[in-house]
Design a protein around this ligand. Structure first.
Ligand SMILES: O=P([O-])([O-])O[C@@H]1[C@@H](O)[C@H](O)[C@@H](O)[C@H](O)[C@@H]1O
Ligand SMILES: [Mg+2]
Ligand SMILES: [Mg+2]
Length: 255
């Protein structure tokens, strides 16, 4: 049966690749002479250009679709997920890495219908790795199937989480590392829906588990997530976490 969202997913992959070229181009600026503040200005300008590139291209092809974009929300747009087809965009995930030329920077595009992520695309721009997942149809990196690690030993070894050893510095790539079997788990408190929407489906379609940091069901608007290769490891991580709550992404805008 034809997949009603295939053309949207194909577009997401194409525009993520185009956006990645824009990010690589910006990163080629001579960083040896760049001050930190000018690097921050560059990443902010590039963030906005990339998000606009993605949103404009989608509006032309899919005019009824909605958007939740990191830069649009920063400019005051709402962050409410409806049942409508919605593109959840992080134009540059790993902005701090970008400023420091630390080579893990991604374009992350999640796609939700009826409040459920239907596909996820994470393009690791400097590695030229296109991570994709379609609900119920698996997860892939450059077309090769992904499978999480089979590690069940609760003495967790390869932990890419934020609480001690910094991971890749981008939630999206951290989650792709779990999906690829390179790491058993990642967790973070403080992320946003645009950081993890695409990665959450890539992890689950690679056979992984997603939980809230308190062990309940994951809630992509809650700013908290545990992504692991299996429930044993996920629940082991939950035991380590001294959790706290933050204002939800979909909290009413302050007047
Ligand atoms: O801001 P950005 O680079 O798109 O996203 C980043 C996340 O990917 C990362 O996991 C988090 O620790 C950073 O604070 C930041 O939110
Ligand atoms: Mg991000
Ligand atoms: Mg970002």
């Amino acid at each position: 049966m034809a997949d009603v969202w295939q053309s949207s997913m194909d577009h997401a992959v194409a525009v993520a690749r185009k956006a990645g070229e824009m990010v690589r181009g910006a990163l080629k600026d001579d960083r040896t002479v760049m001050t930190k503040s000018s690097a921050v200005d560059l990443v902010t300008q590039t963030d906005q250009k990339v998000e606009q590139l993605i949103i404009q291209s989608v509006k032309e092809k899919f005019p009824t679709h909605r958007f939740i974009g990191e830069e649009s929300v920063a400019a005051g747009e709402s962050c409410n997920l409806t049942d409508d087809p919605t593109w959840i965009i992080d134009p540059i995930d790993g902005t701090t890495n970008f400023v420091h030329a630390f080579p893990f920077v991604a374009v992350s595009i999640g796609f939700s219908v009826n409040k459920q992520v239907e596909f996820g695309v994470v393009y690791s721009c400097l590695e030229d790795k296109m991570f994709t997942a379609r609900r119920g149809r698996g997860a892939f990196c450059n077309g090769e199937p992904l499978q999480v690690s089979e590690q069940t030993d609760a003495l967790v070894t390869h932990l890419t989480c934020v609480f001690r050893v910094r991971g890749a510095g981008t939630a999206a790539i951290n989650m792709c590392l779990v999906a690829s079997g390179c790491a058993e788990a990642y967790y973070e408190i403080g992320i946003h829906v645009w950081d993890v929407a695409a990665g959450s489906l890539i992890v689950s379609e690679a056979g992984g588990v997603l939980l809230d940091v308190d062990g309940g069901d994951v809630d992509l608007m809650s700013r908290r997530i545990v992504a692991a290769n299996n429930r044993t490891i996920a629940e082991r991580i939950v035991k380590e976490i001294e959790s706290f709550t933050l204002q939800r992404d979909d909290a009413p805008l302050q007047s």
